[in-house]
Design a binder for this molecule. Structure first.
Ligand SMILES: C[S@@+](CC[C@H](N)C(=O)[O-])C[C@H]1O[C@@H](n2cnc3c(N)ncnc32)[C@H](O)[C@@H]1O
Length: 250
């Protein structure tokens, strides 16, 4: 599986197919995480969210993990061209299924249009892996596709998903053949849904989840980025322990 071939085309393809709709989903809750200091963005792709995140949080440490070296390069270029401060942004080339984030290091985890890449058997694993890096009280932002429960909108969504998965299967050898919802995997990691906004006839969702303050993960520092190649970093590279975010509404 690799998004390398698509990296340079991703932006115009998104613009043609969805205009600004996906970007609105990605940034829907950005205004609610102003206190984030240590951010993990998994499967960031070409960096559109990263730029807005950096604009909003100029002093946060940000770790961007992606399995596509070309996507990471495009994301880094985009950030540099934006004129925003790139210091404290680390780009990590790694498979999120095996990469181990520093335990409890992040107060914000972001997975936009990323968890839909995984079949059910891998979804639980990737969520558990990323959740390892989330501190108690951490927030998880998630934008993705979804399947409406009933009606015409359900069949519309299923048709769009079928076309989308067929395309990505050919273009990237994506392992998933259909959409698996990550809700149960997030709940299993002590995350609770705070708010969900849906759009496009319930085809798209933006979620804000937060981790219960009390859970069983011990705070252990010093196990950083195993299974990864850091391909670009301005000191400080290593994320520090999360400070927790203000409680989201709800
Ligand atoms: C569908 S794109 C989404 C990109 C972007 N987050 C967005 O909002 O459009 C999925 C991204 O996840 C990355 N990806 C897919 N599987 C991955 C894995 N196992 N580990 C890390 N990154 C992965 C791909 O390289 C790609 O950049």
């Amino acid at each position: 599986m690799s998004f390398d071939l698509l990296a340079r085309h991703y932006r115009w393809m998104e613009w043609v197919l969805a205009g600004n709709k996906l970007q609105r989903c990605r940034t829907a809750f950005l205004g609610q995480v102003e206190g984030a200091r240590n951010i993990l963005i998994a499967g960031e792709g070409n960096g559109r969210f990263l730029v807005e995140c950096r604009r909003m949080l100029p002093h946060a440490l940000i770790t961007v993990v992606d399995a596509s070296v070309r996507m990471l390069a495009v994301a880094r270029d985009r950030l540099q061209r934006s004129g925003l401060d790139c210091h404290g942004v680390e780009f990590v080339h790694a498979d999120a299924l095996s990469w181990k984030p520093e335990q409890s290091a992040y107060d914000l985890v972001v997975t936009h249009f990323f968890l839909d890449c995984f079949p059910r058997r891998q979804l639980e694993q990737v969520v558990a892996n990323l959740a390892r890096g989330a501190a108690p009280g951490a927030v998880w932002l998630l934008a993705d596709f979804q399947v409406p429960v009933r009606g015409l909108r359900r069949y519309r969504a299923l048709l769009i998903h079928a076309l989308m998965y067929a395309f990505f299967r050919v273009a990237t050898q994506l392992p998933a053949r259909s959409l698996s919802q990550p809700d149960d995997s997030l709940k299993a990691q002590n995350f609770t849904l705070r708010e969900r906004r849906t759009s496009e006839w319930d085809l798209l969702r933006s979620d804000i989840w937060s981790r219960d303050e009390v859970h069983s993960q011990p705070l252990a520092m010093g196990v950083s980025g195993r299974g990864a190649v850091s391909i670009g970093c301005v000191t400080p590279c290593a994320p520090t322990a999360g400070r927790g975010l203000p409680a989201p509404p709800g």
